[in-house]
Design a protein around this ligand. Sequence first.
Ligand code: NI
Length: 172
Amino acid sequence: MSLLNILVAPDPRLKNKALPVEKVDSALSRLIDDMFETMYQAPGIGLAAPQVGVAKKVIVVDTAKKGEEAQPMALINPEILWLSEETSSYEEGCLSVPEHYAEVIRPARVRVRYQDRQGEIREIEADGLLSTVLQHEIDHLSGKLFVDYLSALKRGMILRKLEKAKKQAVRG
Ligand code: NI
């Protein structure tokens, strides 16, 4: 396994639409292993393939709390089937938007169809944090970041700060 480089916004590759996975093979399995390793090391509770520069519909999540048993989930070609009208709000962050957090209101519950690592089609219905994380990660597959839910003013402020930090890192 190896650690992958996580892209930081603003980056055009984070705005691209991901393509469906055609074949669940050993190369995909390796990508998923690397994504898990990268996510745990960050640490984060979700990671989408576009965040590591791979424009494919793959996400990994694990919302287990510290000290709890790991609950790794890899979702291939995830597709939202249903969203509740009831909403919930979480303070969200993103490994591609480091050190910035904001409240985002989303549907409280979600039903997702996806393929697992064996290529089997599965469905999951989630609420709470897992629902938010699934929606957040699936957004990445259509080039959407949580900052896109914020006001233009707030989003602009965050992206300018990230851009500035990147330039300083290159110089430093
Ligand atoms: Ni994210």
